[in-house]
Ligand binder design. Structure first.
Ligand code: ZN
Length: 104
């Protein structure tokens, strides 16, 4: 069981149990789409669902994590060139306002 990560509920701190897996579609810089498999865990104490996300994917965001990180850390701005699929300024502002949720 070495690959299993220990996950606890963010709400009540109890252990969570494996629930199911879901496929999520992601979009990359090259305008290609791909699918990743995300494991879901359920807290047996309060019943809330947790998603075990790979390090390089943020929930519900169809941009590469690299770009999101760049925006959040401030080294990608609306003036930055080199990202053909780069987000519009409003998207960047929204990410910044959601920073806490994005990094959960
Ligand atoms: Zn819980």
């Amino acid at each position: 069981m070495a690959a299993e990560t220990k996950t606890v509920c963010f709400r009540c701190g109890q252990d969570v149990k494996y629930y199911d897996s879901v496929l999520r579609i992601i979009r990359t810089k090259g305008r290609k789409t791909g699918q990743i498999k995300i494991q879901r865990f359920r807290c047996s104490h309060c019943g809330c669902i947790h998603r075990n996300l790979p390090d390089d994917v943020f929930p519900y965001k169809q941009y590469e994590a690299e770009i999101i990180r760049g925006v959040l850390e401030g080294f990608i701005t609306p003036e930055t060139i080199g990202y053909e699929d780069y987000p519009c300024e409003m998207t960047m502002i929204r990410w910044k306002s959601q920073k806490t949720q994005l990094l959960l």
